[in-house]
Ligand binder design. Structure first.
Ligand code: ADP
Ligand code: MG
Length: 376
């Protein structure tokens, strides 16, 4: 077992050092008919924090099971440090795992729970005792060594599960919705804890969640899944700012979707006619031919309400319905001529416009802040 130095493992991963973990065209079928993972390829660098994000049933857990060796691939290959995992027994893959309901041993104390993976690895008593102390302290549970799991809160138990997954210093740690059972405040606290430990210890993480905020805040890169296929794999800001298709745009962040029809493409831009025959300009995503139906995707915070502002590429009239105060910002709800509902999100400052119900206002946004997506 190689022990990394916890003090200086470093928080940054070398982006160029790919190939620590490789998925090559991985396919998985449980019933020999449907592929629940259909051609998954991904190169992961050592120390990277990768999140698999997707709706329930999209194949995320299956990928972790294949990696951990609890299931075998139907096609393709997975390599760790250049060695196909099919040639490494699950135990020897040296992978730490944390699951949503990864039960601690209820009849063992916290320190016995932590010692378990070390005993299984035949480590000596002294070394075990000092590691248990070190990891209890890392997850801020000093003084809890002799309690039993039932005497801890849900959040504390999950910290123990985390410490138990990390204590044998695996190079690779898999986490499957580890915070799903916790309430919002605790979840945010644990998100911070996990990223802190990741930065301090430098292990590689494959994290699974269906919570986009969690994915955006924690990950170096996110692979967005749907139906066993990666829709896009990129950094959080790239996914948010440059979604490749309507699924990704809808799954990450909020979106207005305006139905329209392609008029013409001009380089990387596209002219589209939307409600009331109004023409607007958008970035070209996955549509091409003139006359094709499409959807314009614009985030609520990228739209503005015409008051005395000018200089936006696009403008369409919309009927004001209602507004909601959310404290630091205000959400305005509008309706277009074709019935499409549009939300605009503006900072709650002195410039925030006051509109009367039914009033027609101009909604404005930049061409670079919207995409034309294929309608399927
Ligand atoms: P996710 O973790 O994204 O919710 P899963 O990987 O658990 O998705 O499941 C993907 C698909 O595979 C689902 O349709 C699920 O019903 C199916 N599936 C998962 N595990 C098994 C299994 N052990 N046997 C048969 N089908 C399974
Ligand atoms: Mg799952």
């Amino acid at each position: 077992m190689t022990r990394s130095n916890g003090q200086d493992a470093g928080s940054t991963f070398a982006g160029s050092e790919t190939g620590f973990l490789r998925f090559v065209d991985v396919k998985k079928s449980y019933d020999r008919k449907t592929l629940v993972v259909n051609g998954f390829s991904l190169d992961v660098a050592k120390g990277e924090f990768i999140t698999l994000l997707g709706p329930s049933g999209s194949g995320k857990t299956t990928i972790l099971m294949l990696l951990a060796g609890f299931e075998s691939v139907t096609g393709g290959d997975i390599e760790i440090d250049g060695v196909p995992v099919t040639r490494i027994a699950p135990y020897d893959r040296n992978i730490g795992v944390v699951f949503q309901n990864y039960a601690l041993f209820p009849h063992m104390t916290i320190s016995e729970n932590l010692a378990y993976p070390l005993r299984a690895r035949k480590m000596g008593r002294q070394a075990i005792a000092s590691l248990v102390e070190e990891y209890l302290s890392l997850v801020e549970l000093d003084g809890f060594a002799n309690r039993f799991p039932a005497q801890l809160s849900g959040g504390q138990r999950q910290r123990v599960a985390l410490a138990r997954a990390l204590i044998f210093e695996p190079a690779l740690v898999l986490m499957d919705e580890p915070l799903g059972a916790l309430d919002k405040k605790l979840r945010e606290q644990m998100q911070f804890e996990i990223t802190r430990l990741h930065q301090k210890l430098g292990f590689t993480v494959i994290y699974v969640t269906h919570d986009q905020t969690e994915a955006l805040t924690m990950s170096d890169r996110i692979a967005v899944f749907n139906d066993g296929v990666v829709q896009q794999c990129a950094s959080p800001d790239e996914l948010y700012e440059r979604p490749r298709n309507a699924f990704v745009a809808n799954f990450i962040g909020e979106n207005n979707m305006l139905p329209g029809e392609v008029v013409e493409t001009v380089g990387a831009k596209v002219r589209v006619s939307v409600a009331n025959g109004k023409e607007i300009t958008a970035r070209l995503a996955d549509v091409s031919s003139a006359g094709a139906p499409c959807r314009i995707s614009v985030r609520p915070e990228k739209m503005f309400i015409k008051t005395d502002r000018t200089g936006y590429d696009n403008e369409i009239p919309a009927k004001f319905i209602v507004q909601h105060y959310v404290g630091d910002f205000i959400r305005y709800y509008f309706e277009l001529d074709d019935g499409t509902e549009v939300t605009v999100k503006l900072l709650n400052d002195l410039d925030a416009p006051k509109l009367g119900q039914g009033e027609i206002a101009g909604l404005m946004w930049q061409a670079s802040d919207c995409y034309a997506f294929n309608t399927d």
